[in-house]
Design a binder for this molecule. Structure first.
Ligand code: MG
Ligand code: MG
Length: 246
């Protein structure tokens, strides 16, 4: 769907709130802090900004952020887990302003981490920007995933298949989906006004996933590290515009 400029302006405002949630939780995340405390930090930003959460209550999800440490790929539930030196942590969250959604995630090191962990985060970030660079009017949607996959696999990592990015607007998850791999066809043509959440999930080991008994936390089947980054981006006449920035 192509969004009008006034719709994209509201998504940009939601995106600023998400960027502030990122900034606040990134500043608070350190060894000894629980993931529940980070959720409280993010709730405070939403309250101060008068924005609503699109995560809280989503299919019963109990928090405004997902906190996914180490082998957790996505959808980790904030709770009593205490961050430790050497962890990596993905924080994913969103906001709704005047009915319009934004959604973004980052992965950060907690204190000193392994060289592999740092490289995984760096490669995942590079894969995200390679995908974003494909978001031009007239290009095809699945060039995004092809670019993400190329960067991740060239570094010796793998991309998750079961969870993907998505169009976003008046709902968080709209059609079409945005895979992080080449699905075998180029997909729809991108047009100015389309808005997508692009979100590579890159695993240090194999791409296989499983879901824990909490029915939310998605982990790597081999127990190795995973990183997740995401932005909400509009296709414009001047190229991609990232909306989830301050
Ligand atoms: Mg997200
Ligand atoms: Mg998303």
């Amino acid at each position: 769907m192509r969004r009008r400029p006034d719709e994209i302006a509201k998504m940009r405002r939601a995106g600023i709130v998400v960027a502030e949630m990122h900034e606040a939780t990134r500043a608070a995340a350190r060894p000894g802090v629980t993931t529940a405390q980070l959720d409280a930090t993010a709730r405070e930003v939403l309250r101060r900004r008068g924005a609503r959460s699109n995560f809280l209550g989503y299919h019963g999800f109990p928090a405004v952020i997902c906190t996914s440490p180490n082998e957790v790929i996505v959808h980790g539930i904030p709770g009593e887990y205490r961050l430790e030196e050497g962890d990596i942590l993905s924080i994913d969250c969103g906001a709704i302003v005047e009915g319009y959604h934004a959604d973004a995630a980052f992965t950060m090191p907690i204190g000193e981490v392994s060289d592999e962990a740092l490289r995984l985060i760096e490669v995942t970030e590079r894969s995200l920007w390679a995908g974003i660079a494909q978001m031009r009017d007239g290009n095809r949607l699945h060039e995004i995933g092809r670019a993400v996959q190329q960067v991740a696999e060239a570094a010796g990592f793998s991309v998750v298949r079961e969870y993907v990015g998505h169009a976003i607007g008046t709902a968080m998850h709209e059609q079409p989906q945005v895979p992080n791999y080449w699905p075998g066809n180029p997909g729809p043509t991108l047009r100015s006004g389309m808005v997508f959440a692009v979100e590579p999930m890159v695993n240090a080991g194999g791409p296989e996933t499983k879901v824990l008994e909490d029915n939310w936390s998605v982990v790597t089947a081999d127990g190795r590290l995973s990183a997740h980054l995401e932005h909400t981006i509009a296709v414009t006449d001047d190229g991609p515009e990232v909306l989830t920035v301050p």
